[in-house]
Design a protein around this ligand. Structure first.
Ligand SMILES: [Zn+2]
Length: 164
């Protein structure tokens, strides 16, 4: 074992990480070689010298700043996971309200009839069609779903810009 090999393993020897035959060879070299012994003394005293250094004071705003960021990210994450749940719920209610393909067909027929009535009203041929309560409810649900989804997409876009 030459001086280069010994010096490469001095830290491991200090930390007690070397197996015994290797550690014994290293100690043997250190007894014979004053230059490596000086390196070993320096390496061995390093933890104590580091511990003796005064710990630097953190900047005054560091801790409040970190806590503020953590809190903001937690709220953001909760919103990102809460919104899909709300969207799914709204979508489920809309689906339930439409109650399958037959409901969808009925809705399209009613919409077509409403549109025809509106055109007739615009042309002065028919009266303004009265909105049924179910349609208003569905329209409200759909509007709410659109608003929540747009808000969600805005948040996702903002989160994407922050990470990239
Ligand atoms: Zn040596």
């Amino acid at each position: 074992m030459d001086c280069t090999e010994v010096r490469a393993r001095l830290e491991s020897l200090c930390d007690g990480e070397l197996e015994e035959p290797c550690a014994a060879r290293l100690r043997g070299h250190l007894e014979r070689c004053p230059a490596c012994r000086a390196h070993y003394a320096e390496a061995a005293s390093l933890p104590a010298r580091l511990a003796a250094l005064p710990a630097p004071e953190p900047p005054a705003g560091l801790l409040p700043g970190v806590l503020h960021r953590i809190r903001r990210e937690r709220v953001g994450r909760a919103r990102l996971w809460g919104l899909p749940a709300a969207e799914l719920l709204l979508f489920g209610v809309v689906l339930w309200y439409l109650s399958g393909p037959q409901g969808l067909v009925t809705l399209m027929q009613r919409t077509a009839a409403d549109a025809a009535s509106l055109l007739g009203w615009g042309a002065g041929v028919a009266h303004l069609p009265a909105a049924t309560a179910g349609d208003v409810f569905l329209l409200l649900l759909f509007g709410l779903l659109v608003v929540v989804t747009v808000y969600h997409l805005t948040l996702l876009a903002r989160a994407g810009f922050r990470t990239s």
